[in-house]
Design a protein around this ligand. Structure first.
Ligand SMILES: NC(=O)c1ccc[n+]([C@@H]2O[C@H](COP(=O)([O-])OP(=O)(O)OC[C@H]3O[C@@H](n4cnc5c(N)ncnc54)[C@H](O)[C@@H]3O)[C@@H](O)[C@H]2O)c1
Length: 272
């Protein structure tokens, strides 16, 4: 494995826009759609080499500009064996890993309105299925990536939690519980890595309502903007690019002294 040139995080010169991830190698899960796809596109524009993974096939054209620096992999994040294979492929191709974005996530398999999942109606099959992807997928990603990052000098992990892990969500108990766990795992990973002297930062992003397929069942199919989103202080839902920009901040050296932090990207919802 190549000995990596990692920044001295205390004396860092900030990279130019368009070069923030130059020379960095990133894994982004959940990359076939929504926030993951927007993150891959932004990382490529910022100079990264990207392993874009998803349980579904990823269209080459989704990888867009810079796709020569991207590899698309089929990958179920709930499988430890498949995580191992992704890390092996990463080191075979690029000899290092600098960034992991745990973005893959589900609400309830097959969708459906979240009010089917209140505490009186939730089924254990649905509950376990959501934890397997959102919680175990994130935990396994961190567990498998950390030794590789340690070997090549450090890195940054960004876990995608949710505002649903921040506030009570009576109609979506499995999803809310899973995203609270992702938040907690993030803080524990951050402390573990800092105390071990690993030069690995770990932070979480907490989107509010973002226009992606996972969000459609929660709005009944409408876009929910304007007067339909009165509970959002900014009176609109967000776009995947707006979340990708926050992920880039936490993945890049721009956040070199940030670890264990939780960043809402929610139009102000978390502070209502
Ligand atoms: N859109 C929102 O409003 C919103 C709000 C808060 C948090 N989030 C979180 O953001 C992340 C991205 O979601 P999105 O909004 O882009 O939704 P999305 O449905 O567009 O993308 C999720 C992706 O995860 C993939 N995936 C599902 N199960 C997987 C598995 N077992 N292994 C690998 N990949 C798997 C899907 O195929 C899909 O491509 C998720 O973790 C989601 O919970 C989304």
């Amino acid at each position: 494995m190549a000995s990596a040139e990692k920044p001295n995080l205390g004396t860092l010169a900030r990279a130019d826009p368009g070069q923030r991830l130059a020379g960095r190698v990133a894994i982004v899960s959940g990359a076939a759609s929504g926030i993951g796809a927007a993150t891959v596109a932004l990382f490529l524009r910022e100079g990264a080499k990207v392993l874009a993974t998803d349980i579904r096939a990823i269209d080459d054209d989704k990888l867009g500009a810079g796709s020569a620096r991207a590899i698309a992999l089929r990958h179920d994040v709930a499988s430890e064996r498949e995580w191992r294979n992704v890390l092996i492929r990463t080191t075979e191709e690029y000899e290092r890993l600098d960034i992991l974005v745990n973005c893959a996530g589900i609400n309830v398999p097959g969708g459906g309105p979240p009010n089917n999942q209140d505490i009186e109606n939730v089924t254990m099959d649905d509950y376990r299925a959501v934890q397997a992807v959102n919680v175990e997928g994130t935990l396994l990603g961190c567990k498998q990536a950390i030794p590789v990052m340690v070997e090549t000098g450090g890195g940054a992990i960004v876990n995608i939690s949710s505002i649903a892990g921040w506030v009570g969500v009576p109609g979506a108990v499995p999803y809310g519980a899973s995203k609270a766990a992702v938040w907690q795992i993030t803080k524990s990973v951050a402390l573990h890595c800092a105390r071990a002297g690993y030069n690995i930062r770990c932070n979480s992003v907490h989107p509010g309502g973002i226009h992606t397929p996972i969000f459609v069942p929660m709005t009944g199919g409408g876009d929910g903007d304007g007067p339909e989103a009165p509970h959002v202080p900014m009176r609109r839902y967000g776009e995947p690019d707006e979340v990708a920009a926050a992920i880039l901040f936490l993945a890049s050296d721009d956040s070199s002294y940030v670890t264990g932090a939780s960043l809402p990207v929610d139009g102000g919802l978390a502070v209502t």
